[in-house]
Ligand binder design. Structure first.
Ligand SMILES: *Cc1c(COP(=O)(O)O)cnc(C)c1O
Length: 388
């Protein structure tokens, strides 16, 4: 809870955790580029800070803002910032997982998340079962009573834009005594707030929409329960998975415009979907906002709007999909997503290459777009030309 919980999303994005600096009145939290803090006598901390791995005022501002965005009104909820999305995920797995324990994860999870589960957590002793999280019977069947500690969901997913029902999965997890983790990177807290739907922990790659300008790598966790938040904070300090003050400041700066950026990302994505849906060279468009999309009803219920990520399949197979990625001008060929600039990529050979041969392999004629906030007519003309 913060004193901004009674205000709207955009007000919290701009003010929560960001009171004017008490010393100078600076309206934006300064970049506290510092590693250590003078003490007034041994143990006499002036502002509660002693060493910047344990705590830094710029990072604190970001963490309070993250909690205010994902968990308004949830008493005791805790936001934590990390050096990357994967650093956040790793810290979380160490705390809610354990050697001998088990996790259920979506069968089209982000490639890096899958790699973390398969190549790092598994050798440590945390087993996992990938399942289709839209199939609730399959989820129940994958749960190992007494051993399954967590269900890990992403919605919408990367890159197939599958939508899972957060409230239903939370019930299934809680019946089994497990926690529900939701990677909210694709939606951002502006479009979807999983904790309000019953999830226990939200994960972000702040590299994406929260940062929003493709100029920083960062991650975040927001835990509903204060005691879990405290254990996560302990591990973040013990493992050193924390971000520096400058990166924290960049994410905080990005967050201020999250609402207006997301509105434009969504509007531009809708226009792109219209163009692709009527294009002869496109065999399928994947977007949760299409009425025929498998997850449309759930998305309409749990999201404010449908987001800026669009995937589509190209007639002619992998070579043609790769060729389209090489023919755009405004859409930059590159990995990552969620920035103001539009990006195009071929998941099979780029972001999801590490999933080849695994249950998480993606179709090779798939192209993924991160629709930016440029002039929409330029985006449409660019795609039309690349597909010609
Ligand atoms: C990028 C991404 C991650 C990993 O975050 P990094 O900041 O790259 O470590 C995790 N989940 C999703 C959905 C992502 O897009």
């Amino acid at each position: 809870m913060t004193q901004w919980d009674d205000t709207g999303f955009e007000t919290r994005a701009i003010h929560a955790g960001q009171e004017p600096d008490p010393l100078t009145g600076a309206v934006v939290p300064p970049v506290y580029q510092v590693s250590t803090y003078a003490q007034d006598g041994v143990g006499g901390l002036r502002g509660g800070y002693e060493y910047s791995r344990s705590g830094n005022p710029t990072r604190t501002a970001l963490e309070e803002c993250l909690a205010a965005l994902e968990a308004p009104g949830i008493d005791g909820a805790r936001g934590l910032a990390f050096a990357s999305g994967l650093a956040a995920e790793d810290t979380l797995l160490r705390v809610v997982g354990a050697p001998g324990a088990h996790a259920v994860i979506g069968n089209d999870a982000y490639g890096g998340t899958y790699r973390l589960f398969a190549r790092v957590a598994e050798p440590w002793g945390l087993a996992h079962t990938p399942v289709d999280l839209t199939d609730h019977d399959a989820v129940r069947a994958a749960i190992e009573p007494g051993r399954t500690r967590l269900i890990w969901a992403e919605t919408p997913t990367n890159p197939l834009l599958t939508v899972v029902d957060i409230a239903a999965l939370a019930d299934i997890a809680h019946e089994a005594g497990a926690v529900l983790v939701v990677d909210n990177t694709f939606a951002s807290p502006y479009l979807q707030q999983p904790l309000s739907l019953g999830a226990d922990v939200v994960v972000h790659s702040t590299t994406k929409y929260l940062g929003g300008h493709s100029d920083v790598v960062g991650g975040a966790l927001v835990a509903r329960d204060g005691e879990l938040g405290e254990r996560l904070a302990y591990h973040a300090n013990a493992m050193g998975s924390v971000p520096g003050p400058w990166d924290s400041w960049l994410v905080l700066r990005g967050i201020k415009t999250l609402g207006v950026r997301m509105d434009r990302h969504c509007a531009n994505a809708r226009a792109v979907v219209d163009l692709l849906s009527n294009h002869a060279r496109v065999t399928q468009v994947l977007y949760p906002g299409i009425a025929g999309h498998r997850g449309y009803e759930v998305a309409a219920r749990q999201m404010r709007d449908f987001g800026g990520m669009v995937s589509f399949r190209v007639a002619g197979g992998a070579d043609e999909a790769v060729a389209v990625c090489g023919r755009t001008r405004v859409f930059t060929l590159g990995e990552s997503l969620g920035g103001v600039e539009s990006l195009i990529e071929h998941p099979g050979r780029m972001t999801h290459a590490s999933a080849a041969g695994s249950p998480l392999e993606v179709p090779d004629d798939l192209v993924r777009l991160s629709v930016g906030i440029e002039s929409v007519e330029d985006l449409l003309a660019d795609l039309d030309k690349a597909l010609a």
